[in-house]
Write a new protein. Structure first.
Length: 105
C-alpha cells in the first residue's frame, strides 16, 4: 500500500516514528506511567516555583516549601489518575505481554 502502510501483518512493526513512540511510552506499563507522571509533576512544580518567584508577596520558608510539596503531590496524582482513566476509556492494556507480543510489534 502507499505511504509506508502495509497490508500484510508480517510487515508491521517499524512503522512508528520516534515522536509517536514517545507519545505511547507512558502507556507501556505501570512503571513507565508512574515515572512519566512523576516527571511531569516535577515539571509542573518547577514551573510553579519559577512563576511564584516573580510574585511580590513574602512567604516564610516553611509555608513556601509546604505549598511546593502539595503542588507536586497534587499534580503528580492528577496526571497519574487522568492517564489511568484515559487508558480505561480507550481500552488500553498496560501489560508487558501486550507490548512484547510477537503479533503486536
Amino acid at each position: 500500500m502507499s505511504n509506508g502502510t502495509f497490508y500484510l501483518l508480517d510487515q508491521w512493526g517499524e512503522d512508528f516514528k520516534p515522536y509517536q513512540q514517545a507519545m505511547v511510552y507512558p502507556m507501556r506499563n505501570e512503571k513507565t506511567l508512574g515515572i512519566t507522571s512523576i516527571a511531569l509533576g516535577a515539571l509542573v512544580t518547577l514551573l510553579s516555583i519559577v512563576f511564584s518567584a516573580f510574585s511580590l508577596e513574602d512567604y516564610n520558608i516553611g509555608a513556601w516549601f509546604a505549598r511546593q510539596v502539595i503542588t507536586f503531590i497534587f499534580s503528580t496524582s492528577l496526571i497519574f489518575v487522568s492517564s489511568i482513566i484515559y487508558g480505561l476509556v480507550t481500552y488500553r492494556d498496560l501489560s508487558e505481554d501486550t507490548w512484547n507480543s510477537r503479533f503486536f510489534n
